[in-house]
Design a protein around this ligand. Structure first.
Ligand SMILES: C[S@@+](CC[C@H](N)C(=O)[O-])C[C@H]1O[C@@H](n2cnc3c(N)ncnc32)[C@H](O)[C@@H]1O
Length: 192
């Protein structure tokens, strides 16, 4: 976090990290991480590196973490920071996470920390059977649900909602375009 905001680090609110982006509050990072339900030594993809905090949390829980950030200076800053903390199992690159990171796929867990109308199809394709994807999805900002999507061994998807959330939008190719053929996630059953 920027030096000026560090006193607020554990407040229950997103905080600015520059370039019009935010770091999610620590509570939502915890909820999203737990929802991934990672197996030991998991191979994880994060879309939206931002400050690198979520990636740092995943570094301690997963075997390997690949994280993509569309704002190149944020990607550079997080890469330097995570390396300085000795988190050698995290690889960060700048790019549009809509496309995922196919060279390193498939993943046990995919976590997207920006909201969109639909789950980007490449991210579903790059999820292992038995894997879990966590992402804020909604027909329009700020009507988003935190979706947890599990891919069964036969490739079918089972989805539930952890409740309403409000995230910065996914930009790039995943910018909020509503596909009327997709279900309205406000009607998705609760996870618990
Ligand atoms: C809520 S912030 C992320 C917080 C971050 N996980 C952290 O721990 O600080 C969402 C991030 O997603 C990034 N983002 C938005 N659209 C993206 C895309 N298509 N590909 C990759 N990153 C994207 C934004 O630039 C922003 O940094």
């Amino acid at each position: 976090m920027p030096e000026s905001d560090r006193a607020q680090a554990y407040e229950d609110t997103p905080l600015p990290i520059g370039y019009g982006q935010t770091i999610s509050d620590a509570y939502i990072v915890t909820v999203m991480t737990a929802a991934l339900n990672l197996p030991p030594h998991a191979h994880v993809l994060e879309v939206g590196t931002g400050s690198g905090y979520q990636a740092a949390v995943l570094s301690g829980l997963a075997g390997t973490v690949h994280s993509i950030e569309i704002v190149a200076p944020l990607a550079d800053r997080a890469k330097t920071l995570l390396a300085s903390l000795g988190m050698t199992n995290v690889t960060v690159r700048a790019g549009d996470g809509f496309l995922g990171w196919p060279e390193a796929a498939p993943y046990d867990g995919v976590i997207v920390t920006a909201g969109a109308a639909e789950i980007p199809p490449p991210l579903i394709a790059q999820l292992k059977p038995g894997g879990t994807l966590v992402m804020p999805i909604g027909p329009e900002w700020p009507l988003e649900q935190l979706l947890v999507v599990r891919k069964a061994a036969d490739g079918t998807l089972d989805r539930c909602s952890m409740g309403p959330v409000m995230f910065v939008p996914l930009t790039g190719r995943g910018e909020r375009v509503r596909n009327p053929a997709e279900p309205d996630n406000r009607a998705t059953a609760a996870c618990f």
